[in-house]
Design a protein around this ligand. Structure first.
Ligand code: NDP
Ligand code: GDR
Length: 324
């Protein structure tokens, strides 16, 4: 049998790097789409750079997407590229809509025109539930997004469903709850906390400024969540799935565990700072992973405390190496 080919948009991001590793392990040829920048930023994929094919393209540029599909003929496309930081979506709402919403239509159009047998994964988000209408959230919970990012993701979700229903594409929307790792961008709250904890422990920082400590998230490990993306595209019918741990924890609890892990008390270091509060907040996310577990056999392997410890330990190690 010839080698399977998968295209990943957003391969330089957290999830792209884990998904690429996972697909390489499954024997895929991995094609990663990157946008042109004046300096390359391959930090998360430099360890696998020789094993993957990196191609230039942009979700803003329809013809680049068509050309990549024509040249590389992937059987699976994972659309992970997006403007993914929620606060930025209030500062750059139009750009967020271009990447995160319309970008999905551009790539779906490319799939439809070049090869409608391609199996397509769309990176949808629990941010679509926003002001939650039901607890826990399932595939049937109505959406109520609370940021331009959440609104853009609702568009991406429905256009994926619509192309499945209109053109019979094998298109799936994975509604993933927050997933983290040592490769998470430093602006997201988990990595911001663990990085600060490591710095404080090593005497390189004094405090940590955060916004809303009460908001609750259903946090999992990114390495587990990319496996669910792949499972959705394997034989069977295309469908949409919530992927979550089924547990929820507050930002405060995350701080407590992270500081505890290095023997410090979080209350002595965390400063609440209005600068990090959002114009509209998503207060309470908790997903129900029953469907993905029953239909696809997916289960997470890393618990919440293990995730926090993994991230703190990784930050301590990196900072010590940098200092040495
Ligand atoms: P990251 O922010 O780490 O990565 C985003 C990726 O998108 C980067 O590779 C970035 O490239 C790329 N990108 C941004 N704009 C464009 C563009 N116009 N053209 C091409 N590439 C572009 O996100 P994550 O890995 O955390 O998330 C992956 C996807 O999953 C995103 O769509 C996100 O919204 C979604 N999601 C994430 C969740 C999470 O908890 N991590 C939960 C639910 C959904 P560059 O390196 O050049 O910036
Ligand atoms: P989120 O992740 O918005 O859920 O989106 P983030 O880690 O940014 O925020 C989680 C919660 O923490 C609160 N918070 C802070 N957040 C940040 N970034 N910085 C702070 O200082 C801070 N203090 C408190 C926030 O208010 C929020 O309630 C992530 C992204 O990966 C999206 O792309 C993805 O779709 C969703 O997860 C699921």
């Amino acid at each position: 049998m010839s080698q399977k080919r998968a295209l990943i948009t957003g391969i330089t991001g957290q999830d792209g790097s884990y998904l690429a590793e996972f697909l390489l392990q499954q024997g895929y040829k991995v094609i990663g789409m990157v946008r042109r920048t004046s300096t390359v930023n391959f930090d998360r994929i430099k360890h696998i750079q020789d094993d993957i094919e990196v191609v230039q393209g942009d979700l803003l540029d329809q013809s680049s997407l068509i050309e990549i599909l024509r040249d590389y003929r992937p059987q699976e496309v994972y659309n992970l590229a997006a403007q993914s930081f929620v606060p930025t979506s209030w500062k750059q709402p139009v750009l967020t809509g271009e990447f995160t919403a319309l970008g999905v239509t551009r790539i779906l159009e490319a799939v439809r025109n070049v090869d409608p047998t391609i199996r397509f994964y769309q990176a949808s988000s629990s941010e679509m539930f926003g002001k939650v209408q039901e607890v826990p959230q399932t595939e049937k919970t109505p959406f109520y997004p609370r940021s331009p990012y959440g609104v853009a993701k609702v568009y991406g979700h429905w256009i994926t469903v619509n192309y499945r229903e209109s053109y019979n594409l094998y298109a799936c929307s994975g509604i993933l709850f927050n997933h983290e790792s040592p490769r998470r961008g430093l602006e997201f709250v988990t990595h911001k906390i663990t990085h600060a904890v490591a710095k404080i422990k090593l005497g390189q920082a004094k405090d940590l400024h955060l916004g809303n400590l009460d908001s609750k998230r259903d946090w999992g490990y990114a390495g587990d969540y990319v496996r669910a993306m792949w499972l959705m595209l394997q034989p069977g019918q295309p469908d949409d799935y919530v992927v979550a741990s089924g547990e929820t924890h507050s930002v405060r609890e995350f701080c407590e565990l992270a500081f505890d892990h290095v023997g410090l008390k979080w209350e002595q270091y965390v400063v609440q700072d209005p600068a990090f509060m959002r114009p509209a907040e998503v207060d309470h996310l908790i997903g129900n992973p029953a469907k993905v577990s029953q239909v696809l056999g997916w289960k997470p392997s890393v618990s919440f405390p293990q995730l926090v410890q993994m991230m703190v330990d990784a930050d301590l190690e990196t900072l010590k190496k940098d200092g040495a």
